[in-house]
Write a protein that binds this ligand. Structure first.
Ligand code: C5P
Length: 222
């Protein structure tokens, strides 16, 4: 009996495989101009660091950011949302925990020039098309998906809606309109939301501390 219990605890401690998206994406208008957002990648990199420190295999799929790759993490650099989707699909397999922390640009210009356009060549208006939703697109059986919802109003209701629509095991909501906890800040104040409607609010803490809490929570499911 003791042998069986030891085996079970070994299974609980077994390393998991995390695929984490982080940072912004850039959607190019031409070779030097693009649409993007102020994400710095800090939250995603903090989760990658926390997961690697706890012995998990970590693949970090990063948009253009200036952060150092945490020790023990394999990093794949991408630029656009479509490149990020391709990289995520290539890395996800049954048993993967996919944490979508990237601030993926929702739109891209319909036409993107390979070279720099001269001012006179710039169109008066840029036609936009929707980017694919990366988290929603991954439907591989056995992939556990965790999302982030950076909101400025109706924070919990919007996050709960995304949790259901994207079929997530958990979504981490934060109010990016509040000073000191938004894009680029070192701190965050988040709430965990679950598909059954449960909400767990965490106090304000560093992004590194939030990252540890997220990794511990994910570990508790396995
Ligand atoms: O942009 P939105 O608020 O819908 O983002 C919620 C979650 O969905 C985040 O985890 C984000 O990384 C993910 N997302 C995505 N692909 C998109 C837009 C968002 O995976 N095109």
């Amino acid at each position: 009996m003791l042998g069986v219990l030891q085996d079970e605890s070994e299974v609980r401690r077994r390393a998991m495989r995390f695929v984490i998206t982080a940072g912004p994406t850039r959607e190019h208008i031409d070779a030097v101009r693009f649409l993007s957002n102020p994400s710095t990648g800090k939250m995603g990199f903090a989760i990658a660091e926390a997961a690697a420190k706890r012995g998990h295999e970590v693949v970090l799929i990063a948009g253009p950011v200036v952060l150092k790759t945490p020790a023990g993490v394999r990093r794949v650099d991408v630029v656009s949302a479509r490149e990020m989707l391709k990289a995520v699909c290539a890395e996800c397999r049954p048993g993967t925990v996919l944490a979508g922390v990237a601030a993926v640009a929702d739109f891209r210009p319909k036409i993107s020039a390979k070279r720099k356009l001269h001012k006179g060549e710039m169109p008066g208006a840029i036609e936009l098309v929707h980017n694919p939703d990366i988290l929603a697109s991954v439907k591989t059986k056995g992939v556990v998906k965790v999302g982030f919802a950076a909101e400025t109003d109706d924070v919990l209701a919007s996050a709960a809606d995304k949790c259901r629509r994207k079929n997530l095991r958990m979504i981490v909501a934060n109010d990016v309109s509040r000073r000191g906890i938004g894009f680029g800040a070192d701190d965050n104040e988040v709430a965990f939301l679950f598909p059954d409607g449960a909400v767990e609010r965490l106090p304000k803490m560093t992004k590194r501390a939030v990252a540890r809490r997220i990794v511990e929570r994910i570990e508790s499911w396995f």
